[in-house]
Ligand binder design. Structure first.
Ligand code: AR6
Length: 174
């Protein structure tokens, strides 16, 4: 199937989705925080923190996997996006790494359906337009060479984010 038909934009709360894996926009400690990270930890329950603590952290641009516990999702893939510092501190490459490394881990665990939030585009201050373009470009690149995951959802928390992702999709595929 064409990568475009395997990628979709959805608006809503990532913690409610029935997918094999959801991606968490974590920080290097993997010990939880605000934003989507806080929402995922609240929905998954305290076992998630216990398993995350045992991992011992994750460098920016990389990804780690845990179980999903009380979530519908079987797995949580924790990735650490870069903090936006103006764009000259390898933020683009690090963010691209978040997507490539999360998708690689997903494939290793036979994940068929996965959902990403807008990694780094909240508290970490990455401009949403730029983050969305990187997310879609990097995911397309991965899916071009891989049958798994079968479907990738980009979860937008606001209508504004949804519009931005839609535009990025049009740019990357046209
Ligand atoms: N479902 C989907 N998207 C959400 C949800 C949700 N439930 N909640 C927020 N978003 P952020 P970051 C969106 O700040 O920028 C944490 O404290 C949100 O609107 O969660 O990577 C971590 O521990 C935004 O578009 O992640 C780190 O310290 C996007 O998710 C730090 O924040 C990402 O916003 C990571 O910052």
């Amino acid at each position: 199937m064409d990568p475009r038909d395997r990628m979709e934009i959805v608006q809503g709360d990532i913690t409610t989705l029935h997918v094999d894996a959801i991606v968490n926009a974590a920080n290097e400690s993997l010990l939880g925080g605000g934003g989507v990270d806080g929402a995922i930890h609240r929905a998954a329950g305290p076992e998630l923190l216990a398993e995350s603590r045992a991992i011992g952290g994750c460098p920016t641009g990389e990804a780690r996997i845990t179980k999903g516990y009380r979530l519908h999702a079987r797995w949580v893939i924790h990735t650490v996006g870069p903090v936006w510092q103006g764009g000259r501190s390898h933020e683009d490459e690090l963010l691209a790494g978040c997507y490539a490394n999360s998708l690689t881990l997903a494939r290793e665990y036979d994940v068929r359906t996965i959902a990403f939030p807008a990694v780094s585009a909240g508290v970490y201050g990455f401009p949403m337009e730029r983050a969305a373009r990187i997310a879609i470009k990097e995911t397309k690149r991965f899916l071009d060479d891989s049958e798994l995951p079968e479907k990738v959802a980009f979860v937008c928390f606001s209508r504004r984010a949804e519009d931005i992702y839609q535009q990025a999709m049009d740019e990357v595929f046209n």
